[in-house]
Design a protein around this ligand. Structure first.
Ligand code: ADP
Length: 795
């Protein structure tokens, strides 16, 4: 018979795995096993008793009575044979057993007897033994054998229990971990019975809905739903279940403990008799969504075009309005640069380039641009661009609002054209006035001049007629001046001058100039001037003078007895400024209360009978009022019909620290030694000037146009002074002066040229200066003014 010295069960690997599953090998001694072992030793009356487990190569003693070591190689054990069968193995005398006789324990002499029962677990694996050993040969009685087998089973129940306990602990641990997960989830997880009553719910119910889990447990889930929503959900679930649906995704509103409505996204599964539901709070997302919906509603439904472009400026979205305005759909513009699509023949590329530059440097812009619709029609649009930056501050998108401003632009262009037209009309009007006044003045000039001369010649019998002639001419001249002035103001052609004015002197010359007329009528005229009046102020002397002359002139005209008082008062004064109040009061006919509001209107007089009686055009006060307004002030009239009138206004002037140089002004006309050239196309004018100049002993030469004047100057080179009319045929005065100044020789540069002009238009004055002339004299000229201007050149 062949003896197997190393028997191994067929299923040894699985057996070892089964042993390992009990996790018993090499554990500390335990009282339970020791007790079993003691019982075995006691029942079997053996000095050595062991509870052992055998793995692939080793037998380890869980409980040990009588042996010094704790384990032994599997190959040296008796028990390797025991685990080969389900039965107890008994070796009465090992020395006589061929399997064991050579075993070192036997040959050493301390083992004679062995009995072992396999420990067979519930799956049938023989994982170890319980055995007794004696040093003498012997036998177990049947009870002892039975007991040993029973104790082996007892070990099995212990290791099984141990494994179960461990598994239980593990599953409890896993359960706890799951429970932690369950409770720490931000989502609400709950398990309900078929009727929806909550059986288990996690901690989140507190954060999301404000209920403690314990308060929620036992409540039907419907308790948390707004009225109506529960019914909807129930019918939805029932419908689903009827069609064998087991899983549901629902977005529903719930009410928190504090009454707040929250949106929860639920995943619900029906399983067995329970509902398993997980719900995520999506209230913030819902809010954002609602806002987004609103925004997209705005973008898609407004009448203005909206275009969204990517960071590299390519269109990604347009709204309906854009398509309506431009005719281009998304397919036409998608992935293209907006400007490239819209621009056309007359589009201002510079604006597009500027706009692109701005958006590149992250700057928003707003521009108006002429572009073209898809059908080719021109379109004015206003583009308002906004830049959307990402978190890193880089351009994410561009949003452009497009407004159709074609109609507005058209109106604007028409308005500009109308304005331009009006401006041109005004210029034409000015020009016309200037030409007309020149044309009228020239002959008038002659009339007045001649009457001057004739009067001086003292033909006694003609004097009265001459007076009438001069009076009419003077009146005509005032009328022309008024009309011209009025037009200038109306067309905005007046710019106030700023020169130093000696107000005292100015007021007294106004008084002087009216003195004769007043004396003629037997009325007085006086000035009452504040002693604190500053020496010099800065203002437009001509205009202030004109205002006062108009008012005083009216007062003289409308006063028959008593007289006129000019009153100038300082009403406010600071270091640099003085506010002055001017008043012209008379004791004349006065103005009726119902007419007082009309008198400042142009061509309006208080009463038609006044025109018959006093003459006048009704322009004087209209001009005066506007001149006062040009000084940021207002003219006020107070009048009692039949007793007199009072006109007053106040103007703030800058003070001047001008100090005049004392001059010895001579009013005596002495003879002048001068060689003068007079250029004037009007024969009477030439005659007139000739007579005046001759009176002063001046030798005058004449030219009939600018060309002739230039020729004479170039030829003779001996004139001290040229009096040059502006309007002349062939070559006008301005061109003649320019020509003279263009000759570089000193004589032509230094020759004094005085313009004779009938025009007082500002641009005319500028042109006179620009042409190189030194001065001007207004026609019709006052011989005294002419004398003052030319006497300084006398040799
Ligand atoms: P006119 O050339 O007719 O004087 P104005 O514009 O200077 O034109 O004056 C308009 C009218 O106001 C006069 O016609 C006259 O009826 C009235 N008016 C002006 N100043 C006085 C005054 N000082 N006294 C009475 N009436 C006056």
């Amino acid at each position: 018979m062949i003896i197997d010295r190393n028997p191994v069960p067929d299923n040894d690997d699985e057996r070892v795995r089964a042993l390992m599953s009990y996790d018993i090998m090499d554990t500390l001694p335990e009282e339970d096993y020791d007790a079993i072992n003691r019982l075995a030793a006691y029942i079997c009356q053996a000095p050595i008793s062991l509870v052992t487990f055998i793995n692939a190569d080793r037998q380890w003693y869980k409980s040990n009575i009588g042996l010094p070591n704790s384990d032994i190689a599997r190959s040296k054990t008796f028990c390797r044979y025991t685990i080969m069968s389900d039965d107890l193995l008994e070796v009465p005398d090992a020395t006589k057993n061929e399997l064991f006789a050579d075993n070192p324990a036997v040959t050493d002499g301390w083992v004679k007897f062995y009995a072992g029962a396999p420990i067979i677990d519930n799956e049938g694996y023989r994982v170890g033994t319980i055995c007794v050993v004696d040093t003498v040969p012997r036998n177990l009685n049947p009870e002892q054998r039975d007991a040993l087998t029973t104790l082996a089973r007892e070990v099995v129940s212990h290791i099984t229990l141990r494994r179960q306990k461990r598994q239980l602990e593990e599953s409890v641990k896993i359960h706890n971990e799951f429970f932690n997960l369950f409770n720490n989830s931000p989502e609400v997880h709950c398990i309900m019975d078929r009727e929806g009553k909550i059986r288990i719910i996690n901690q989140s119910v507190q954060t999301v809905l404000g209920y403690k889990p314990d308060d929620a447990i036992g409540l039907p889930i419907w308790h948390f739903f707004p009225r109506g929503d529960a019914e909807k959900m129930i019918s939805m679930l029932e419908d689903g279940l009827r069609s064998k649906q087991k899983a549901f995704d629902l977005e529903l509103r719930v009410i928190s403990r504090s009454g707040e409505i929250k949106w929860i996204s639920w995943s619900v599964i029906a399983k067995d008799e329970s509902w398993y539901a997980s719900g995520r709070d999506i209230t913030p997302q819902k809010k954002i969504l609602a806002e987004l919906e609103l925004l997209s509603l705005v973008a898609s439904k407004v009448n203005n075009g909206v275009v969204i472009s990517s960071a590299d400026n390519q269109v990604i979205w347009i709204n309906n309005a854009f398509e309506k305005i431009t005719g281009y759909g998304l397919a036409d513009v998608s992935d293209k640069v907006l400007g490239d699509v819209l621009m056309g023949e007359l589009t201002d590329i510079a604006i597009i380039e500027k706009a692109r530059e701005l958006s590149k440097s992250k700057k928003s812009f707003e521009v108006d641009l002429l572009v073209y619709r898809k059908d080719g029609l021109p379109l004015w649009i206003s583009i308002i661009n906004s830049i959307i930056l990402d978190a890193a501050g880089e351009v994410d998108k561009y949003v452009e609002i497009i407004i159709d401003v074609t109609a507005k632009k058209k109106a604007e262009i028409e308005l500009i054209a109308a304005k331009e037209e009006a401006l041109q009309l005004n210029r034409a009007k000015d020009m016309f006035m200037s030409v007309m006044s020149h044309e009228i003045r020239t002959p008038l000039n002659a009339v007045i001049g001649v009457s001057h001369l004739l009067r001086d010649d003292n033909h006694a019998e003609q004097t009265e007629n001459l007076d009438i002639l001069k009076f009419s001419a003077d009146n005509l001249m005032t009328l022309i001046n008024d009309v011209l002035d009025f037009t200038k103001i109306e067309t905005g052609n007046i710019i106030l001058e700023k020169i130093d004015i000696d107000l005292r002197h100015m007021v007294s010359s106004v008084v002087n100039s009216m003195q004769f007329k007043a004396a003629d009528k037997g009325i007085y005229i006086k000035a009452d001037i504040d002693a604190n009046l500053p020496g010099y102020i800065i203002g437009d002397k001509t205009r202030i003078c004109q205002i006062l002359l108009n008012l005083v002139g009216n007062s003289v005209k409308f006063t028959e007895k008593g007289g006129i008082t000019i009153d100038v008062k300082v009403i406010e004064e600071s270091e640099n400024e003085a506010r002055l109040r001017f008043e012209v009061a008379d004791t004349g006919i006065g103005i009726k209360a119902d007419q007082i509001n009309n008198i400042f209107e142009s061509f309006k007089q208080a009463d038609e009978s006044i025109t018959r009686l006093y003459g006048g055009t009704g322009l004087g006060l209209a001009i005066t009022k506007r001149l006062v307004e040009l000084h940021d002030s207002r003219i006020i009239v107070e009048s009692v019909y039949g007793q007199g009138s009072k006109f007053w206004f106040a103007i703030t002037f800058n003070k001047s620290n001008f100090t005049p140089i004392k001059q010895n002004t001579t009013t005596v006309e002495i003879g002048l030694k001068l060689n003068v050239l007079v250029a004037d196309d009007n024969q009477i004018n030439r005659m007139l000037i000739d007579k005046v100049l001759k009176k002063w002993g001046i030798n005058a030469d004449f030219a009939v146009n600018g060309k002739q004047a230039v020729d004479k100057i170039e030829l003779n080179r001996n004139y001290d002074l040229v009096l040059m009319d502006i309007h002349m045929p062939e070559m006008d005065g301005l061109d003649a002066a320019k020509y003279i100044r263009s000759i570089k020789e000193p004589y032509f540069q230094q020759l004094h040229i005085i313009a004779l002009t009938a025009s007082m238009l500002t641009n005319q004055m500028d042109m006179i200066g620009d042409s190189g002339m030194n001065d001007y004299i207004l026609k019709p000229f006052d011989p005294k003014v002419l004398y003052d201007k030319i006497s300084q050149f006398s040799k």
